[in-house]
Design a binder for this molecule. Structure first.
Ligand code: AMP
Length: 191
């Protein structure tokens, strides 16, 4: 399998690039944010549990999100590979992902870390909020989510750097140019 972690602050382009990777490489795209938003829309018990946390810009508990991922990984064990989008967001989640994949004799092949300058992130998220109506794409929640990313999530990059499976990709450019950079990084590990 080809397992990719796509990483970066809110608004860095993870969802957009994941969709392109999904098409080009035939992988399954697992976005924890999309899964949780679908649960909220369905009015499920899980959705009700996480709705306020997400609207407020905080992280859902590691326990809940790891249990969710465990189910999804089992469901897609025959896939050509998985793009993990929005997961892991903490060190605990990063270690849990390795454990879960090891149960299927699998591992993460590469982390692609997208970076976008702070003001540009805010601009892109406000724009997305105006179009999609996402409850957490308003200025106060955007600032909080970026702070939480910097404090709790960004340190996860070290975990993958230490393992030597880390690629930094600047997304200060067009979708197509960024995708070219993404493909170059993937093709190095997907021979
Ligand atoms: P996203 O669409 O990835 O920006 O995720 C939207 C929201 O879902 C986040 O702000 C969190 O509240 C929650 N969420 C998604 N993935 C995770 C995760 N791996 N750990 C904790 N919370 C998460």
């Amino acid at each position: 399998m080809l397992n990719i972690v796509i990483f970066g602050a809110p608004g860095a382009g993870k969802g957009t690039q994941s969709e392109l990777i999904e098409k080009r490489y035939g992988l399954v795209h697992l976005s924890t944010g999309d899964i949780l938003r679908a649960e909220i829309k369905n009015g499920s018990a899980l959705g009700k549990q996480v709705e306020a946390v997400i609207a407020d810009g905080h992280l859902v508990s590691d326990e809940l999100i790891i249990a969710l991922l465990e189910q999804e990984i089992a469901r897609h064990k025959d896939a050509k590979g998985v793009i993990f989008d929005g997961f892991p967001r903490t060190q605990v989640q990063a270690e849990a992902l390795d454990t879960m994949l090891a149960k299927h004799n699998e591992k993460v092949n590469i982390m692609l870390a997208l970076s976008v300058e702070h003001n540009e992130l805010v601009k892109r998220l406000l724009n997305r909020g105006a179009q999609s109506g996402r409850a957490d794409d308003n200025i106060d929640t955007i600032r909080k989510r970026i702070d939480i990313y910097n404090e709790q999530t960004a340190p996860v990059m070290e975990y993958y750097k230490t393992k030597g499976i880390f690629a930094a990709i600047s997304n200060d450019t067009t979708v197509d140019e960024c995708f070219q950079r993404v493909c170059n990084a993937i093709d190095k590990v997907n021979k």
